[in-house]
Design a protein around this ligand. Structure first.
Ligand SMILES: [Zn+2]
Ligand SMILES: [Zn+2]
Length: 119
């Protein structure tokens, strides 16, 4: 397991009926550390999309959206061009993910994010 994965294994699971990125209805729990890399018991977050090929879940699985645990919060970064985890973590612009306690704000604020992510 890489140091990125080890750091993310410490993160908190977020369960919600809304996607943590865009606030749309959530149908999946995404394993932040992929099960194939040992993340089965690691944190999951609620995301939109069907399977892992659409919505924010699709962005996560195609290297265009990232999560990073900073010790207290999840930070997120969109890389619309797609990249590796090493490159994503070296880039600037990581922002805190809003908590699920702020669902209403998340919906309002989050839609803009989704448009940003998929542009
Ligand atoms: Zn996933
Ligand atoms: Zn979403």
């Amino acid at each position: 397991m890489s140091r990125y994965d080890e750091q993310n294994m410490l993160g908190k699971t977020i369960r919600s009926d809304r996607c943590v990125f865009c606030g749309r209805p959530s149908y999946e729990q995404h394993h932040v550390v992929p099960r194939a890399r040992g993340g089965t018991e690691g944190p999951t977050v609620a995301v939109c999309g069907w399977g892992n090929a659409s919505g924010c879940h699709g962005l996560l699985h195609s290297g265009r959206l990232w999560l990073r645990w900073d010790g207290t919060h999840w930070l997120w970064l969109a890389t619309p061009d797609g990249c590796s985890i090493e490159e994503a973590w070296s880039r600037e612009g990581w922002k805190p993910l809003l908590s699920t306690a702020e669902t209403v704000e998340l919906v309002t604020y989050g839609r803009g994010r989704h448009e940003l992510d998929t542009r």
